[in-house]
Design a protein around this ligand. Sequence first.
Ligand SMILES: [Fe+2]
Length: 178
Amino acid sequence: MSCAEDGHAYLRQATREITMADALNTGLSAKQRSDIAAALNKVLADSYALYLKTHGYHWNVRGPNFQSLHVLLEGQYTEEWTALDAIAERIRALGELAPQGYAAFGNLSSIKDGNPENDWEAMLKELLADNETVIRTLRDSFPVADDAGDEATADLFTQRLQAHEKHAWMLRSTLGGK
Ligand SMILES: [Fe+2]
């Protein structure tokens, strides 16, 4: 098959996919679904970056409270890991493709990689700030779903807000704050 024929086959396939996605009859317009998916993409990327950093700090944290910090971070990264699938699958349920791969997440997320050389306090302060970043991303994303009447996504955003506010509280308290 020539390149031109390949190109035509690709275009036909892409057109078919676009037509199928447009044909979703769930009460949300294609524009609403695409705007909500864009908000979910950002939430997914920030959540993935935070998950990766929390797991890395679970490995590398050091200090007299090693055991309790190691266990605290394990609880948080496990909860975060489980949520990633629900966020990505919500994007798919809206008829959009979920981003995948380090480069895609790196481009979408504002959360920086952690540094294994940090001491335990710097690690926890960073994770606290990063949880707060995810919380702000969620808060900015909520109206996109809520205004469109997408209760399922709004519910997911609410659950994620609750989880990250709890993580932030635990990190803050471990650091001695309120
Ligand atoms: Fe572990």
